[in-house]
Design a protein around this ligand. Structure first.
Ligand SMILES: Nc1ncnc2c1ncn2[C@@H]1O[C@H](COP(=O)(O)OP(=O)(O)O)[C@@H](O)[C@H]1O
Ligand SMILES: CC(=O)N[C@@H](CCC(=O)OP(=O)(O)O)C(=O)O
Length: 266
Protein backbone atom coordinates (compact mmCIF):
# COMPACT_ATOMS: atom_id res chain seq x y z
CA UNK A 1 0.00 0.00 0.00
CA UNK A 2 1.24 3.46 -0.93
CA UNK A 3 0.21 5.09 2.34
CA UNK A 4 1.73 2.44 4.55
CA UNK A 5 4.99 2.81 6.41
CA UNK A 6 6.88 0.55 8.79
CA UNK A 7 9.14 2.60 11.03
CA UNK A 8 11.95 1.09 13.09
CA UNK A 9 12.97 3.35 15.96
CA UNK A 10 16.44 2.51 17.22
CA UNK A 11 17.25 2.51 20.89
CA UNK A 12 20.17 4.79 20.02
CA UNK A 13 17.76 7.68 19.57
CA UNK A 14 14.57 6.75 21.41
CA UNK A 15 15.27 8.57 24.66
CA UNK A 16 16.34 11.74 22.87
CA UNK A 17 13.89 11.97 19.99
CA UNK A 18 12.21 15.40 19.98
CA UNK A 19 8.46 15.72 20.59
CA UNK A 20 8.19 16.88 16.97
CA UNK A 21 9.12 13.36 15.83
CA UNK A 22 6.04 11.94 17.56
CA UNK A 23 3.93 14.88 16.40
CA UNK A 24 4.91 13.98 12.84
CA UNK A 25 3.88 10.37 13.49
CA UNK A 26 0.52 11.61 14.77
CA UNK A 27 0.07 13.93 11.79
CA UNK A 28 0.79 11.08 9.38
CA UNK A 29 -1.72 8.86 11.17
CA UNK A 30 -4.32 11.62 10.97
CA UNK A 31 -3.52 12.03 7.26
CA UNK A 32 -4.52 8.39 6.76
CA UNK A 33 -1.11 6.70 6.79
CA UNK A 34 -1.09 3.15 8.14
CA UNK A 35 1.93 3.13 10.42
CA UNK A 36 3.56 0.24 12.25
CA UNK A 37 6.42 0.87 14.63
CA UNK A 38 9.05 -1.63 15.71
CA UNK A 39 11.36 -0.31 18.39
CA UNK A 40 14.76 -1.21 19.76
CA UNK A 41 16.20 -0.49 23.16
CA UNK A 42 19.71 -1.88 23.04
CA UNK A 43 21.35 0.92 25.08
CA UNK A 44 18.65 0.70 27.81
CA UNK A 45 19.10 -3.09 28.04
CA UNK A 46 22.88 -2.67 28.31
CA UNK A 47 22.51 0.01 31.00
CA UNK A 48 20.27 -2.25 33.12
CA UNK A 49 22.59 -5.22 32.64
CA UNK A 50 25.54 -3.12 33.84
CA UNK A 51 23.57 -1.97 36.89
CA UNK A 52 23.09 -5.66 37.67
CA UNK A 53 26.80 -6.39 37.22
CA UNK A 54 26.38 -8.23 33.90
CA UNK A 55 28.70 -7.13 31.09
CA UNK A 56 26.83 -6.80 27.74
CA UNK A 57 28.30 -8.86 24.89
CA UNK A 58 27.66 -8.54 21.15
CA UNK A 59 28.71 -10.50 18.07
CA UNK A 60 28.29 -8.58 14.79
CA UNK A 61 25.76 -6.26 16.42
CA UNK A 62 23.68 -9.08 17.95
CA UNK A 63 23.43 -9.43 21.71
CA UNK A 64 24.67 -12.69 23.22
CA UNK A 65 21.59 -13.54 25.29
CA UNK A 66 21.87 -15.96 28.22
CA UNK A 67 18.87 -16.65 30.49
CA UNK A 68 19.53 -13.65 32.77
CA UNK A 69 20.06 -11.33 29.79
CA UNK A 70 16.81 -12.55 28.22
CA UNK A 71 14.93 -11.62 31.39
CA UNK A 72 16.43 -8.16 31.37
CA UNK A 73 15.74 -7.68 27.64
CA UNK A 74 12.12 -8.70 28.18
CA UNK A 75 11.74 -6.44 31.21
CA UNK A 76 13.28 -3.39 29.54
CA UNK A 77 11.80 -3.78 26.03
CA UNK A 78 8.24 -4.66 27.08
CA UNK A 79 8.03 -2.96 30.47
CA UNK A 80 9.91 0.21 29.74
CA UNK A 81 10.75 1.08 26.13
CA UNK A 82 7.50 -0.09 24.55
CA UNK A 83 5.42 1.93 26.97
CA UNK A 84 7.62 5.02 26.52
CA UNK A 85 6.99 4.96 22.77
CA UNK A 86 3.23 4.47 23.21
CA UNK A 87 3.13 7.24 25.79
CA UNK A 88 5.03 9.72 23.60
CA UNK A 89 2.73 9.07 20.61
CA UNK A 90 -0.32 9.55 22.81
CA UNK A 91 1.12 12.73 24.32
CA UNK A 92 1.47 14.01 20.76
CA UNK A 93 -2.24 13.31 20.20
CA UNK A 94 -1.94 9.97 18.37
CA UNK A 95 -3.46 6.58 19.16
CA UNK A 96 -1.09 3.70 19.79
CA UNK A 97 -1.09 0.25 21.40
CA UNK A 98 2.00 -1.66 22.50
CA UNK A 99 2.54 -5.34 21.90
CA UNK A 100 5.57 -7.58 21.60
CA UNK A 101 6.22 -10.24 19.01
CA UNK A 102 5.04 -12.74 21.64
CA UNK A 103 1.48 -11.35 21.58
CA UNK A 104 -0.73 -13.02 19.01
CA UNK A 105 2.33 -15.16 18.13
CA UNK A 106 3.24 -12.26 15.87
CA UNK A 107 6.95 -13.14 15.64
CA UNK A 108 7.37 -16.90 15.42
CA UNK A 109 10.95 -18.01 15.83
CA UNK A 110 13.33 -20.90 16.24
CA UNK A 111 16.59 -20.64 18.14
CA UNK A 112 19.30 -18.92 16.10
CA UNK A 113 23.03 -19.71 16.21
CA UNK A 114 23.84 -21.48 19.47
CA UNK A 115 26.66 -19.13 20.48
CA UNK A 116 24.12 -16.28 20.70
CA UNK A 117 21.95 -18.10 23.28
CA UNK A 118 18.29 -17.05 23.37
CA UNK A 119 18.33 -15.10 20.12
CA UNK A 120 15.44 -16.00 17.86
CA UNK A 121 15.53 -16.51 14.12
CA UNK A 122 12.19 -15.46 12.63
CA UNK A 123 10.40 -18.25 10.76
CA UNK A 124 7.09 -16.56 10.24
CA UNK A 125 5.24 -13.36 11.04
CA UNK A 126 1.53 -13.55 11.81
CA UNK A 127 0.23 -10.08 10.88
CA UNK A 128 -3.28 -10.65 12.33
CA UNK A 129 -2.84 -8.70 15.58
CA UNK A 130 -1.00 -5.87 13.80
CA UNK A 131 -3.86 -5.65 11.28
CA UNK A 132 -6.51 -5.71 14.02
CA UNK A 133 -4.89 -2.78 15.82
CA UNK A 134 -4.32 -0.80 12.61
CA UNK A 135 -7.88 -1.32 11.42
CA UNK A 136 -9.14 -0.07 14.78
CA UNK A 137 -7.14 3.13 14.44
CA UNK A 138 -4.20 2.27 16.69
CA UNK A 139 -0.56 2.41 15.65
CA UNK A 140 0.90 -0.97 16.61
CA UNK A 141 4.13 -0.49 18.56
CA UNK A 142 6.08 -3.73 18.61
CA UNK A 143 8.82 -4.84 21.00
CA UNK A 144 11.29 -7.23 19.35
CA UNK A 145 10.74 -10.48 21.22
CA UNK A 146 9.51 -13.71 19.68
CA UNK A 147 8.15 -17.08 20.68
CA UNK A 148 8.83 -20.63 19.51
CA UNK A 149 6.47 -23.59 19.16
CA UNK A 150 7.19 -24.66 22.77
CA UNK A 151 6.42 -21.24 24.20
CA UNK A 152 10.06 -20.31 24.78
CA UNK A 153 10.65 -16.57 24.44
CA UNK A 154 13.60 -15.19 22.46
CA UNK A 155 15.32 -11.86 22.01
CA UNK A 156 15.38 -10.55 18.43
CA UNK A 157 17.41 -7.71 17.02
CA UNK A 158 14.95 -4.89 16.34
CA UNK A 159 16.26 -4.24 12.83
CA UNK A 160 15.70 -7.90 11.96
CA UNK A 161 12.22 -7.79 13.50
CA UNK A 162 11.34 -4.61 11.57
CA UNK A 163 12.52 -6.13 8.28
CA UNK A 164 10.37 -9.22 8.85
CA UNK A 165 7.32 -7.17 9.88
CA UNK A 166 7.68 -4.96 6.81
CA UNK A 167 7.77 -8.05 4.62
CA UNK A 168 4.66 -9.47 6.29
CA UNK A 169 2.35 -6.43 6.36
CA UNK A 170 2.75 -5.69 2.67
CA UNK A 171 4.33 -2.25 2.98
CA UNK A 172 6.45 -0.85 0.19
CA UNK A 173 8.55 1.28 2.49
CA UNK A 174 10.57 0.55 5.60
CA UNK A 175 12.28 3.41 7.40
CA UNK A 176 15.03 2.77 9.93
CA UNK A 177 15.41 5.69 12.29
CA UNK A 178 18.77 5.87 13.98
CA UNK A 179 21.34 8.30 15.43
CA UNK A 180 23.39 8.83 12.26
CA UNK A 181 22.27 10.39 8.95
CA UNK A 182 22.73 7.11 7.08
CA UNK A 183 25.54 4.70 6.25
CA UNK A 184 28.69 6.79 6.24
CA UNK A 185 32.15 6.44 4.78
CA UNK A 186 35.20 8.63 5.05
CA UNK A 187 36.05 9.85 1.56
CA UNK A 188 39.10 12.16 1.15
CA UNK A 189 39.15 12.75 4.90
CA UNK A 190 35.49 13.80 5.03
CA UNK A 191 32.69 11.58 6.43
CA UNK A 192 29.92 11.38 3.87
CA UNK A 193 26.52 9.71 3.76
CA UNK A 194 26.31 7.07 1.05
CA UNK A 195 23.00 7.86 -0.71
CA UNK A 196 22.44 4.39 -2.17
CA UNK A 197 23.83 0.94 -1.43
CA UNK A 198 23.19 -2.48 -2.90
CA UNK A 199 24.03 -5.96 -1.66
CA UNK A 200 27.45 -6.19 -3.30
CA UNK A 201 28.54 -2.81 -1.91
CA UNK A 202 27.18 -3.65 1.53
CA UNK A 203 29.15 -6.90 1.66
CA UNK A 204 32.30 -5.02 0.64
CA UNK A 205 31.77 -2.34 3.27
CA UNK A 206 31.22 -4.96 6.00
CA UNK A 207 34.34 -6.87 4.90
CA UNK A 208 36.36 -3.60 4.99
CA UNK A 209 35.07 -2.79 8.50
CA UNK A 210 33.41 0.43 7.30
CA UNK A 211 30.01 -0.95 8.26
CA UNK A 212 30.36 -2.43 11.75
CA UNK A 213 28.49 -3.10 14.99
CA UNK A 214 24.80 -2.14 15.10
CA UNK A 215 24.86 -1.03 11.45
CA UNK A 216 25.41 -4.65 10.33
CA UNK A 217 21.99 -6.05 11.36
CA UNK A 218 20.42 -2.88 9.96
CA UNK A 219 21.76 -3.29 6.42
CA UNK A 220 21.26 -7.07 6.48
CA UNK A 221 17.64 -6.68 7.60
CA UNK A 222 17.14 -4.07 4.88
CA UNK A 223 18.36 -6.49 2.21
CA UNK A 224 16.19 -9.31 3.61
CA UNK A 225 13.13 -7.07 3.59
CA UNK A 226 13.73 -6.14 -0.05
CA UNK A 227 13.23 -9.79 -0.93
CA UNK A 228 9.52 -9.36 -0.16
CA UNK A 229 7.06 -6.65 -1.23
CA UNK A 230 9.24 -3.92 0.22
CA UNK A 231 10.64 -1.72 -2.54
CA UNK A 232 12.56 0.82 -0.52
CA UNK A 233 14.45 0.84 2.77
CA UNK A 234 15.80 4.11 4.10
CA UNK A 235 18.22 4.58 6.98
CA UNK A 236 17.64 8.07 8.37
CA UNK A 237 18.50 10.32 11.29
CA UNK A 238 15.69 10.75 13.84
CA UNK A 239 17.10 14.06 15.05
CA UNK A 240 16.62 15.76 11.68
CA UNK A 241 13.52 17.96 12.01
CA UNK A 242 10.61 16.87 9.83
CA UNK A 243 12.44 13.79 8.60
CA UNK A 244 9.39 11.49 8.66
CA UNK A 245 7.23 13.97 6.78
CA UNK A 246 9.89 14.21 4.08
CA UNK A 247 10.01 10.42 3.77
CA UNK A 248 6.21 10.18 3.65
CA UNK A 249 6.20 12.80 0.90
CA UNK A 250 8.44 10.52 -1.13
CA UNK A 251 11.77 12.29 -0.64
CA UNK A 252 14.82 10.07 -0.58
CA UNK A 253 17.05 11.03 2.32
CA UNK A 254 19.71 9.22 4.30
CA UNK A 255 20.87 5.96 2.76
CA UNK A 256 18.58 4.06 0.45
CA UNK A 257 19.19 0.31 0.35
CA UNK A 258 18.38 -1.34 -2.97
CA UNK A 259 18.73 -4.85 -4.37
CA UNK A 260 21.00 -3.82 -7.21
CA UNK A 261 22.23 -0.28 -7.63
CA UNK A 262 24.27 1.72 -10.07
CA UNK A 263 26.18 4.06 -7.76
CA UNK A 264 29.74 2.89 -7.00
CA UNK A 265 31.02 3.21 -3.46
CA UNK A 266 34.56 4.45 -4.04
N1 LIG B 1 29.35 2.94 8.14
C1 LIG B 1 28.64 3.38 9.19
N2 LIG B 1 27.97 4.56 9.09
C2 LIG B 1 27.26 5.05 10.14
N3 LIG B 1 27.16 4.43 11.34
C3 LIG B 1 27.80 3.24 11.49
C4 LIG B 1 28.55 2.66 10.42
N4 LIG B 1 29.05 1.48 10.86
C5 LIG B 1 28.65 1.34 12.11
N5 LIG B 1 27.91 2.38 12.53
C6 LIG B 1 27.37 2.51 13.87
O1 LIG B 1 26.02 2.08 13.86
C7 LIG B 1 25.33 2.85 14.84
C8 LIG B 1 23.82 2.68 14.62
O2 LIG B 1 23.46 1.36 15.02
P1 LIG B 1 22.87 1.10 16.49
O3 LIG B 1 23.76 1.72 17.52
O4 LIG B 1 22.56 -0.33 16.61
O5 LIG B 1 21.59 2.01 16.40
P2 LIG B 1 20.05 1.72 16.63
O6 LIG B 1 19.88 1.62 18.12
O7 LIG B 1 19.44 2.95 16.06
O8 LIG B 1 19.68 0.46 15.91
C9 LIG B 1 25.88 4.24 14.64
O9 LIG B 1 25.68 5.08 15.74
C10 LIG B 1 27.36 3.94 14.42
O10 LIG B 1 28.05 3.91 15.63
C1 LIG C 1 19.40 -10.05 19.57
C2 LIG C 1 19.55 -8.59 19.83
O1 LIG C 1 20.60 -8.02 19.51
N1 LIG C 1 18.52 -7.96 20.38
C3 LIG C 1 18.53 -6.55 20.70
C4 LIG C 1 17.10 -6.05 20.82
C5 LIG C 1 17.00 -4.54 20.95
C6 LIG C 1 17.57 -3.82 19.74
O2 LIG C 1 17.79 -4.34 18.68
O3 LIG C 1 17.78 -2.48 19.97
P1 LIG C 1 18.46 -1.43 19.00
O4 LIG C 1 17.59 -1.26 17.83
O5 LIG C 1 18.52 -0.22 19.84
O6 LIG C 1 19.85 -1.92 18.60
C7 LIG C 1 19.28 -6.30 22.02
O7 LIG C 1 19.20 -7.13 22.91
O8 LIG C 1 19.91 -5.23 22.11
Amino acid sequence: MENQLVIKCGGSTLENLPASFFEDITALQQDGFMLTIVHGGGPAISATLKQMGIEPKFVDGLRVTDAATLQVAQMVLIGQTNKQVVSRIQTAGGRAAGISGIDGSTLQVIQGPEHLGFVGEIQQVDPALIATLSQSGFIPVIAPLGIDADGQIYNINADTAAGAVAGAVGTKRLVMVTDVPGVMQEIDGVKKVLPELDEVQINELIAEGIIYGGMIPKVRAALDALGHEVEEVLIINGYEPGVLKKVAAGQTIGTKIVKEGKVKVS
